[in-house]
Write a protein that binds this ligand. Structure first.
Ligand code: FES
Length: 165
């Protein structure tokens, strides 16, 4: 169960996101992104809170919880589960794959002892695969938080990971 202070935080964060982006259907992605940024992920309480705060007398079912979960599940940048302090996204699309991506992926998995979607026990790392990041000419490509690494080899993995606290 969520702590009372966290409940208040979620409510205030949702309210601030709605005020910033507007109580409109086309603002749902920016609202969800704002909450994701503030909390590191979107807890179930936030979905309930969005519905509660967006409910109007003329449109009592502005958006369903299922629709909100659907949106959050569709976008890579959003997560309904807590993530690590650093998120690694490995491009698994074919152009990166054919220039050695599989070996880099295996090294990441083995070094961090993680599978796709998992987070280390110390909450430092979350490892994810992603589709093409638009930098196919410098594959294999790895994104760590907002830092892009191209032409990554398995030998560089330790050095890249070592740059993060
Ligand atoms: S296929 Fe990896 S960046 Fe395009």
């Amino acid at each position: 169960m969520i702590a009372p202070t966290m409940e208040r935080d979620v409510s205030a964060i949702v309210q601030a996101a709605i005020e910033k982006h507007g109580a409109r259907r086309d603002s749902l992605i920016p609202i969800l992104s704002e909450i994701n940024r503030a909390l590191g992920y979107i807890p179930g309480e936030a979905f309930q809170e969005i519905r509660r705060q967006l409910k109007t007398p003329t449109d009592p079912v502005f958006v369903s919880e299922g629709q909100l979960y659907g949106l959050a599940g569709f976008y890579d940048m959003l997560s309904t589960k807590p993530r690590g302090r650093h998120v690694i996204k490995f491009c698994e699309s074919a152009p990166c794959h054919v220039v050695g991506g599989q070996a880099v992926w295996n090294t990441l998995r083995e070094t961090l002892e993680l599978e796709n979607g998992e987070t280390t026990v110390d909450k430092k790392w979350t490892l994810l695969t992603t589709s093409c990041l638009g930098l196919c000419s410098v594959g294999p490509v790895v994104l760590v938080d907002d830092d892009l690494y191209g032409n990554v080899s398995p030998e560089q993995v330790d050095d890249i990971l070592g740059r993060y606290e």
